[in-house]
Design a protein. Structure first.
Ligand code: SAH
Length: 268
């Protein structure tokens, strides 16, 4: 329950009521002051929204835009509307948290824009109604996508190779108390065999190819979504790859072009 809006939506209707009572208390003979006071009030409310004390309206607006872009899986859209993205970025960037833009999260890494996160989650979820089983995320970053996954999957194993971001994700996720998210510090290139097989694998960093270990750790019936290099002919470009493991074969589907941080080996 705390996930949907820890700050409590019930406070919102109080704002206009307070504005009206203020307006009435201003003497009618001084309309100029009345207007200025109203403007000040509105500014104050805006600041309150800005620091995220009540961000649910602005988040619903983001979800409406995602739906306009063609996102359509209710569980995914609901998760996007529940998790407070502004809690995962630095204070200076809070005002941009619900714009469709990627944002820096430190150590040269970025949190993907909501449209891309939502698209990847929809691809992971597509054709498999209900909660997904165990999912592996490569590249925890600030922990935002792990929080979304926690609402869509039974268990989330999320690996990050940078100690600073692993720690940051732990801090960012603490308030949500997500018992089904397991944050791991390490190189995700070999996957995480102890949690395998996975119903889903999702990578937030792109390499030259999808490591064989990830495909091996995918359950039959499972799906992997990852950015990969678009090949030598398209140097520097990446595409989103969907890999389905069926009882008969491993089926790869190339989706649209994307831009993700590189998948790197080792830890730092
Ligand atoms: N899903 C994240 C996005 C983080 S950006 C979020 O919601 O914030 C991608 C992350 O992948 C970076 O933090 C980067 O350090 C990490 N990464 C890159 N190569 C990796 C690897 N081999 N193993 C684990 N993490 C890796």
């Amino acid at each position: 329950m705390a996930l949907s809006n820890p700050s409590g939506t019930r406070q919102r209707p109080g704002f206009p009521a307070k504005l009206e009572s203020r307006t009435e208390s201003v003497p009618a003979a001084r309309p100029a002051i009345k207007v200025r006071q109203l403007a000040d009030q509105r500014q104050a409310i805006h600041v309150v929204h800005g620091v995220g004390l009540d961000s649910s309206a602005v988040r619903q607006n983001m979800v409406a835009k995602l739906a306009q872009q063609g996102m359509s899986i209710p569980a995914v859209l609901q998760a996007m509307g529940s998790i407070e993205r502004h809690r995962f970025v630095d204070t200076a960037l809070v005002n941009q948290a619900y714009e469709d833009t990627s944002l820096p999260i430190g150590l040269g890494q970025t949190i993907s824009k909501p449209g891309v996160v939502c698209r990847m989650l929809e691809l992971l979820h597509q054709g498999r109604p209900g909660r997904l089983g165990r999912v592996l995320e490569i590249g925890t970053g600030c922990g935002y996508q792990a929080a979304l996954l926690s609402l869509l999957c039974t268990e989330v194993y999320s690996i990050e190779r940078l100690r600073g971001l692993h720690d940051k994700a732990r801090d960012n996720l603490r308030h949500l108390r997500l018992a089904n998210v397991h944050l791991l510090f390490g190189d995700g290139t070999p996957g995480y065999a102890r949690g395998a097989p996975y119903a889903g694998i999702i990578a937030a960093a792109g390499g030259e190819a999808v490591p064989q270990a990830w495909i091996d750790q995918l359950a039959v019936g499972g799906r992997l979504v990852a950015p990969v290099s678009a090949g030598a002919a398209n140097a520097g470009k990446q595409v989103l790859l969907v890999i389905d493991k069926t009882p008969q074969a491993v089926v790869q589907t190339v989706m649209e072009g994307v831009y993700f941080v590189p998948l790197k080996s080792g830890i730092a």
